[in-house]
Write a protein that binds this ligand. Structure first.
Ligand SMILES: Nc1ncnc2c1ncn2[C@@H]1O[C@H](COP(=O)(O)OP(=O)(O)O)[C@@H](O)[C@H]1O
Ligand SMILES: [Mg+2]
Length: 237
């Protein structure tokens, strides 16, 4: 259970993924609780009731412990939240040095390696305002991946992007998934979720309506809300 004041943003949000689930897609209408659930998974919000186990380990409930959990996960917010006054490279290296205590040399090496891998070699020294939306999002993903997080949490990573940039970012996410990175991703990109996710959690009105393998969810959704959502999303595609 997660409340904002009197409002129950998550209530009845119990689910367990299959043990071998590597990529989990959070689907469902806006306002359903996807971002709230990601924040709880990331240790940014502590639920008032209930507990969260990631890979069998309970997330701590005290603020200090939650902060530690946050450091172990990589979070990419809806909107990129890059530091606007820092270059792409500095956006990756600064948290590595300040939060994770790495040396400047190690941070530089990791930053260059990751940004290059994500196709940003020519843009290492540009600030966010000089990058396209897709490039900013890839830089944000590089920043989140830099400390080698257990879980990469992505909140609608393509919602602000045009189709070409969306494709670039989805390619990166697919590659990471293929390399074995554990990912929890909120998205409305249904065909992508269908291809890449092993597990789907469908959230509406703060409640988990369905939690199943992605194959089962897409072929045979159980809840009427999920059926409506899938119909609405596929109508013009
Ligand atoms: N900081 C907040 N304070 C109060 N209400 C919030 C806050 N964040 C989200 N909510 C509410 O919680 C519900 C779930 O929101 P959210 O988790 O953002 O859903 P989604 O990401 O699926 O669109 C919505 O009704 C939203 O208005
Ligand atoms: Mg959201």
């Amino acid at each position: 259970m997660k409340r904002y004041g009197e409002f129950n943003a998550l209530n009845g949000a119990s689910f367990q993924t299959g043990e071998d689930a590597r990529v989990v897609a959070l689907l469902g209408p806006s306002g359903g609780g996807k971002s709230t659930l990601l924040r709880v998974l990331g240790g940014l919000l502590v639920p008032e009731e209930g507990s969260v186990l990631v890979n069998g380990v309970a997330l701590p409930k005290d603020p200090e412990g939650a902060l530690e959990a946050l450091r172990q996960n990589g979070f990419v917010f809806q909107g990129y939240n890059l530091f606007p006054h820092l270059t792409a490279l500095q956006n990756v290296t600064l948290p590595l040095m300040v939060v994770h205590g790495q040396s400047e040399q190690a941070a530089q090496q990791r930053g260059q390696e990751l940004l290059t891998r994500l196709g940003l070699f020519d843009h290492l020294h540009k600030r966010p305002a000089e990058l396209s939306g897709g490039q900013q999002q890839r830089a944000a993903i590089a920043r989140a991946l830099a400390p080698k997080p257990r879980l990469l949490l992505l909140d609608e990573p393509t919602s602000a992007l045009d189709p070409v940039m969306t494709g670039e970012v989805l390619d990166v996410i697919r590659e990471l998934a293929q390399e074995g990175q554990q990912i929890v991703l909120a998205t409305h990109e249904i065909s992508f979720a269908r291809q890449v996710a092993d597990w789907v959690v469908f959230l509406a009105n703060g409640t988990v309506q369905e939690s199943s393998t992605s194959v089962k969810f897409f072929y045979d959704p159980m809840s009427s809300l999920a059926k409506e959502y899938l119909t609405a999303l596929t109508k013009y595609r």
